[in-house]
Design a protein around this ligand. Structure first.
Ligand code: FO1
Length: 314
């Protein structure tokens, strides 16, 4: 067990949360810091919604709706249904009643002048999390998806309203040049014995984190090794639009392409057993079973990758 290691994980929502729930069993939760994509965040009906932070938080608190991978289990939609029936508000973004409690409290605390980092810490503590959840930054850096069919869309319009059907031309991170790395994120990275990049969507979930000024440079000069896990298994993504986006961007849908995307940042790459093996100079690669169906698979992958990286230095 990697109980003596500080681990920092760069991570998105549903796909990454699977590895996160393995890591909290395979390592010491108090020594785990999740640096979470907030490019998906948006304002809806006056409330600040942070889907990836909440997916991680509900997963680690044992509250997540396991069927969708997001939202709260056994939630109702009385509020959303009333908004639709009485006020003709389009219910395309499904906010459950229990989930709304989180958005109300987060927005209330933000309006009192607290930072998203502070607010996230308070929410996570109240839900009993032992691991640390950190938004990638405290500034708003919304992801904008430029599509062939519908022009520029906010991330959730692209992802939920149009069910990631529009063809992507480009992706940008609004205001990212003004964003600042928080002290908490900097500290988590500097104190890490290993930095992991979760098997989240590299273009939608990891790119916003890597776009924060100074973050790439910090990763490049860390003493700790940086290791990414493939989101591509046998030419497809387990869930979500990763493979579709790679095709639209003119990329080969392969783990090698993902490793190339992280080139310059990573020292190690966890590929899947089902993929065609490849080699890249200067990169350590291992093939493991990365398909996480149940909790045992998640813990087994977390253990195997921590064991593989156990004695590394850069
Ligand atoms: N995803 C959907 O596909 N449909 C929804 O209506 C939806 C609502 C939602 C509400 C709260 C929340 O925290 C997440 C929600 N998600 C929904 C998931 C989310 O939009 C995406 O999975 C992520 O942003 C992509 O990582």
């Amino acid at each position: 067990m990697a109980l003596d290691k500080n681990i920092a994980v760069l991570i998105g929502g549903v796909g990454g949360a699977k590895l996160a729930s393995g890591l909290v069993e395979a390592a010491a939760p108090e020594r785990l810091s999740f640096i979470v994509n907030t490019g998906d965040d948006f304002w809806r009906l006056g409330l600040k919604i942070c889907p990836d932070l909440d997916t991680l938080m509900y997963t680690l608190a044992g509250l997540v709706n396991l069927e969708c991978g997001w939202g709260v289990a056994d939630d109702s939609t009385v509020t959303l249904d009333s908004l639709a029936r009485h006020y003709q508000i389009q219910p395309w973004f499904r906010l459950g009643d229990k989930d709304l409690a989180t958005h109300l409290l987060r927005t209330h605390w933000l309006r009192q002048g607290r930072s998203l980092t502070e607010v996230t810490t308070c929410l996570a503590e109240r839900l009993g999390l032992r691991a640390t959840l950190l938004p990638m930054c405290d500034d708003e850096v919304p992801t904008i998806v430029d599509t062939l069919d519908r022009g520029e869309l906010g991330f959730q319009e692209y992802f939920v309203k149009y069910a990631w059907a529009p063809v992507i031309r480009a992706i940008r991170h609004l205001n990212c040049e003004k964003a600042r790395l928080s002290e908490q994120v900097r500290k988590a990275l500097l104190e890490a014995d290993i930095v992991l990049i979760a098997p989240s969507n590299p273009w939608l979930s990891l790119a916003p984190i890597l776009a924060i000024p100074g973050l790439r440079e910090l990763l490049e000069r860390l003493a700790a090794p940086v290791v990414a896990v493939t989101p591509i298994i046998a030419g497809e993504a387990v869930k979500g639009p990763t493979a579709k986006i790679m095709r639209e961007l003119g990329l080969d849908v392969s783990a090698r392409e993902v490793a190339r995307y992280y080139g310059g940042i990573i020292d190690g790459f966890v590929d899947d057993l089902r993929n065609e093996p490849f080699e890249t100079e200067g990169l350590r690669i291992v093939q493991l079973d990365t398909l996480m169906i149940d909790q045992a698979d998640k813990v087994a992958l977390a253990r195997a990758l921590l064991e593989w990286t156990g004695s590394w230095t850069r």
